[in-house]
Design a binder for this molecule. Structure first.
Ligand code: HEC
Ligand code: HEC
Ligand code: HEC
Ligand code: HEC
Ligand code: HEC
Length: 196
């Protein structure tokens, strides 16, 4: 009797742990920006593909800091005082400029506060933006589904080894291992490099 009750209790504890893991991974799902969510429907494809503007012309902090950064309204207006001034989305842009307000872009890629990700190190090691962010030059609206996913967590629990989704710890560590094995690179694997 005693042993059976023990097994039953263990089952309940295991179930509780599973539910906890499932719920916590759901609550960690970051928001994904949808077309209507951005204050201005900014098309990467037009700027990068059609007009050949370099990623780092707009995201100019990437090579020198932790952040990639977003361009100021002034930088946009450098072209759009004239270019497309009659278009509705450009009129919205001009209104922010006139009010001297920054555009409240919705952040898509976001790691938890307790992690450290420096763009600088990756740009200097010649990792292309697209390796991590996908084919941004083809996007009419930037979208991504970064971070942990329930399906992935459950597959892992069941003993399968699916490729980790972008912006999870497994994704960072997998690439660091690969880089260190193949090339003359020293991408860190110690906890404090990414958590401090
Ligand atoms: C003309 C300026 C401009 C150029 C050129 C540009 N971007 Fe952007 N980018 C933006 C703006 C504005 C946003 C914010 C609005 C949005 O998400 O669409 C953005 C958003 C992003 C985001 C999402 C940021 C977040 O919230 O997580 C990524 C990633 C990104 N750009 C990468 C790139 C890459 C890679 C290239 C080159 C292939 C590029 N961008 C070229 C202006 C630009
Ligand atoms: C180097 C010049 C340049 C810069 C800088 C630039 N753009 Fe553009 N943008 C263009 C050109 C050229 C077009 C195409 C205009 C057309 O179709 O008439 C365009 C098109 C657009 C469109 C599409 C308009 C439509 O409805 O078809 C939007 C929205 C836009 N830009 C927003 C922005 C924002 C926001 C920024 C700053 C983050 C920015 N642009 C920075 C050159 C630029
Ligand atoms: C090794 C993978 C990787 C590469 C390469 C990379 N990024 Fe990122 N990017 C990330 C991660 C991870 C985040 C989220 C960082 C955070 O929340 O602290 C991010 C966030 C961003 C953001 C939004 C926040 C910010 O930093 O301003 C923009 C914009 C961006 N990246 C643009 C770029 C551009 C442009 C390039 C190429 C010059 C690039 N990224 C290269 C992984 C990468
Ligand atoms: C190359 C970078 C990197 C290294 C090295 C790394 N981590 Fe992480 N870690 C991350 C990122 C990014 C996240 C946030 C994304 C996520 O939750 O998967 C994270 C999340 C975590 C979490 C929270 C897990 C969760 O599910 O929310 C813990 C705990 C953690 N790391 C511990 C460690 C320990 C212990 C080590 C050393 C053995 C380590 N990390 C090494 C990048 C790293
Ligand atoms: C596509 C491959 C790739 C991915 C994905 C990647 N990294 Fe890296 N990482 C590199 C390379 C390459 C280096 C530089 C190695 C060198 O300089 O020898 C590096 C270096 C670093 C460094 C060391 C910085 C320094 O100043 O020495 C940190 C910290 C780091 N990465 C964190 C992260 C985190 C956190 C993530 C996930 C959010 C991540 N990386 C995802 C390839 C990657």
């Amino acid at each position: 009797m005693g042993a059976k009750a023990g097994v039953g209790a263990l089952g309940v504890v295991l179930l509780a742990v599973l539910i906890f893991v499932a719920v916590s991974s759901w609550s960690r799902q970051p928001a994904v920006a949808r077309p209507s969510v951005q204050p201005i429907d900014f098309p990467h494809v037009v700027h990068v593909q059609t007009y050949k503007i370099d990623c780092q012309y707009c995201h100019s902090d990437a090579r020198r800091s932790e952040y990639a950064g977003l361009p100021s309204v002034e930088r946009c207006m450098g072209c759009h005082k004239i270019t497309g001034a009659q278009l509705p989305e450009i009129k919205k842009l001009a209104e922010y400029f006139a009010r001297k307000e920054p555009i409240p872009w919705v952040r898509v890629n976001k790691l938890p506060e307790f992690t450290y990700f420096p763009h600088k190190a990756h740009v200097r090691a010649s990792v292309k933006c697209q390796t991590c962010h996908g084919e941004v030059e083809k996007m009419t609206t930037f979208a991504a589904a970064p971070g942990p996913r329930l399906a992935n967590d459950l597959l892992n629990l069941a003993g399968f080894r699916p490729a980790p989704p972008p912006l999870t710890m497994g994704w960072c560590v997998d690439c660091h291992r690969e880089q260190n094995a193949r090339e003359d690179k020293k991408a860190p694997l110690d906890c404090v490099a990414c958590h401090h």
